[in-house]
Write a protein that binds this ligand. Sequence first.
Ligand code: AGP
Length: 612
Amino acid sequence: MCGIIGYIGEREAQPILLNGLKRLEYRGYDSSGMALLISKKNKISIRKTSGKISALEHLLRKKPLAGMLGIAHSRWATHGIPNQTNAHPHLDCKGEIALVHNGINENFEPLKEGLIKEGHEFRSQTDTEVIIHLIEKLYNNTSLEEAVRKALKLLRGSFAIAVVSTREPDKLIGARLGSPLIVGLGKNENFLASDAPAILEFTKDILFLGENEMAILTKDSCRITDLDGKELNKHPTRISWDIEQAEKQGYKHFMLKEINEQPGITENLVNLFVDKRTNKISFKEQDIPEEKLKSIKNIAVVACGTAYHAGLVGKYILESVSAVPTIVDVSSEFRYRDLLFDQDTLVIAVSQSGETADTLAGVREAKKRGAKVLSICNVLGSTLTRESDGVIYTHAGPEIGVASTKAYTAQLIDFYLLAFYLAGAREVLPQQKIDKYLVELRKIAKVQEEVLKEQEKIAKLARRHSHFGSFLFLGRNINYPSALEGALKLKEISYIPAEGYAAGEMKHGPIALIDEYRAVVCITPASKVYEKMISNIQEIHSRRANIIAIATEGDSTIKELTREVIYIPKVNEFFSPLVVALPLQLLAYHIALKRGCNVDQPRNLAKSVTVE
Ligand code: AGP
């Protein structure tokens, strides 16, 4: 998704904006640009280009911009192809106002028609350009701030914008209506950005703009108003991540770094939420009263992509431990179906970014029906966390790789802990039983570490299979969602068609796919469904497909069926999704690497999907 950064202060803006764009690269983009207000000439200068930020950097090296107020943007095309003309910033007719936009302007066509009739000259095919011409039209005997407000009221869709004007060269204006935008507060300088990594090097004091809020920044002041101009009293949050956490730290890719961070995250999360001495589970930001949670009759999980798969594992966990009937929906379906929810439903929204448009829309629908919303989220202060009644953070640190890895296992940990918490509160499990579960859960970080020690073996196995044209992933019971997640990881970063299936469904269709050209990943740890998985593997074996098994150390049966086995240490089957996820992620990573794919920024994908 598009990335925005804006700067006003006493330093040269170009390097700050360029650096910010690089930090936002993880969001996915196809072109970029920058506009600076050249104060001596009181003029706006622009550099734009298609392709990577390095292309913009190259352009700026040849034709640098000088100035201390500016905006920059990385674009992920929605309207108009990714080229230089369609790249942001966009200018008004007179070249006095520049604007960048993240989101979609849904009613741009009728507005554009009207503006053209009035004589406005459009240069791009974007929906964004309408906004700048509207501001231009309304910027008459009034302030920029007022013109922006009036323009935004005429628009439909989702927006985060940043605007500068030569007529008010001491102002940087930002507004948010549905797409994320934050304000960074510095000393004699202030920032706007789509996400914190863009500005963390310069300030850790962040103000999260809410829906329909505007920031009016000068170098030494920050005013927040609503769209009627009413001043709002908001306080900054001090971010505890440092930029190091968002860097690669010597790993070849963010994804590999993030895979390797999982044991540490698992250990920290359990230590953070579970008292070592008493085993009491408490979540700091979980504000839904225990009395309320005791009385819920059902749970509905809403999420997209990997977070949805975490929700599917969550269903197994919640139903077996807390005995609460649980349904799981992808957000894009959830938001449009007839939801039979009421005050007795707890909606759990799962999202790494907390900005996923469909998930937010689902949450809003559920709230309309009186349900309480608890979110499982990684990004502090994100829209989802602000709109939820309670939050359980995943504390995984910034996840930069587009393919979600560490956020997934952290979401699973949150589900386990929530289930134990609910089981205790609702008195469906005795504390002794919960204590036993926690003993097992505390072992998982070490087991994950053991799996990561075998990375080179997994990499070799992956390379041996990187030529296969299609993959099938099979699992059963609590590892059925693991199969879905394994397939998603592989397809999104290697572009190999991959399907995840419940192994028991094999005979109902997918078995027709099996032949010697197929690679089939069978998730087969020791479990109550082990024998069933072995029967499936035998069927696949006799059809000569290439089987990759993920099995428990010491499993001799599996060796007779395939030589390609990734062994994992023995682990309680209930927690096995936390372990099998790692070899699945590594398999996808090394296959994609071997095929020369851009692992961290796969084609067509964005890290956070802020439009429908
Ligand atoms: C996973 O690897 C993805 N790239 C994608 O499916 C992601 O999980 C999905 O878009 C949801 O994002 P969220 O967790 O930020 O809501």
